[in-house]
Write a protein that binds this ligand. Structure first.
Ligand code: NDP
Length: 248
């Protein structure tokens, strides 16, 4: 199926509680808006509070369900931070119907020979450790859902290594493995795990990775939303442990 042709029902995510990480900008921002406009109560996660407040106001002004804001710096989050996050979601909603693990950083575009180890650690913390720990911590709330979907953001360089993509490529290959393992080990009937490779998309991260590219030649985050809706909603119930390419 061509995901760009997927036509979600307007109420696809009605009454769902969905956490979107990195919701303040780029693809995460578009996904948060799109999920809210399809009926979800979106929990807006990010590290920059004012960006989350802007998207919160936008969602409210569109008449979509009132979102929630959950700021957390993923590169330095402690066990206590995760505990508080789970507690907050548990008290406010008592369950979780989906997570879009979208937050990510690029790191350096350089050979491993010269790759700075501190940047390696940062990329691994945000792109790999945080989605693993968050999923693990939130499993009890996901298991209370009638139908929960966990989606991890991958990349073309998450399928096979590519020169000078360093920690980013390694983190994305590893997150595909994490998603697959959660899927294989899961025994809960109402819970599934998949990856999405958004493909080249007009965001700050893409501009940093390809500074000489004309952004106008790229899909906007809004244009790639059908696949994000598809994976989060029940039309993809049969998918578990898969990795899809948004723009193919
Ligand atoms: P952006 O850089 O535009 O947005 C990334 C988001 O992640 C921002 O909201 C950012 O917050 C948040 N974030 C980054 N670091 C942290 C952190 N330490 N703690 C909390 N939040 C953090 O990226 P894209 O929208 O382009 O990318 C989204 C996902 O899609 C990423 O996982 C990326 O790897 C993947 N992807 C993107 C492609 C593309 O072409 N754009 C292609 C392939 C994959 P803040 O705004 O506050 O910095």
């Amino acid at each position: 199926m061509k995901y760009s042709e997927y036509k979600p029902r307007p109420d696809l995510l009605k009454d769902r509680i969905i956490l979107v990480t990195g919701a303040g900008d780029g693809i995460g921002r578009a996904a948060a808006l799109s999920y809210a406009l399809h009926g979800a109560t979106v929990v807006l996660h990010g590290r920059t509070l004012n960006k989350l407040e802007v998207i919160y106001d936008e969602i409210e002004s569109l008449g979509a369900p009132q979102p929630a804001i959950l700021p957390l710096q993923l590169s330095s989050a402690s066990p206590r931070d995760y505990e508080l996050l789970v507690d907050t979601l548990d008290k406010q909603f008592g369950r979780l119907d989906g997570i879009l693990h979208n937050a990510g950083i690029l790191g350096e575009r350089t050979e491993l020979e010269n790759y700075p180890a501190d940047i390696w650690d940062d990329v691994m913390a945000v792109n790999l450790r945080a989605p693993f720990v968050l999923t693990q911590e939130l499993l009890p709330l996901l298991k209370k859902s009638e139908s929960a979907s966990v989606v991890f953001a991958s990349s073309g360089v998450g399928r096979e290594t590519r020169e000078r993509w360093g920690a980013y490529s390694v983190s994305k290959i590893a997150i595909e493995a994490v998603s697959e393992l959660f899927a294989k080990e899961n025994t809960h009937p109402n819970l599934r795990f998949n990856c999405i490779n958004p493909g080249a998309t007009r965001t700050a991260m893409r501009a940093k990775a390809f500074p000489d590219e004309d952004p106008k030649t790229l899909a906007t985050p809004e244009m790639i939303m059908p696949a994000y809706l598809y994976l989060m909603g029940d039309d993809s119930l049969a998918l578990n442990g898969q990795s899809i390419d948004d723009q193919d």
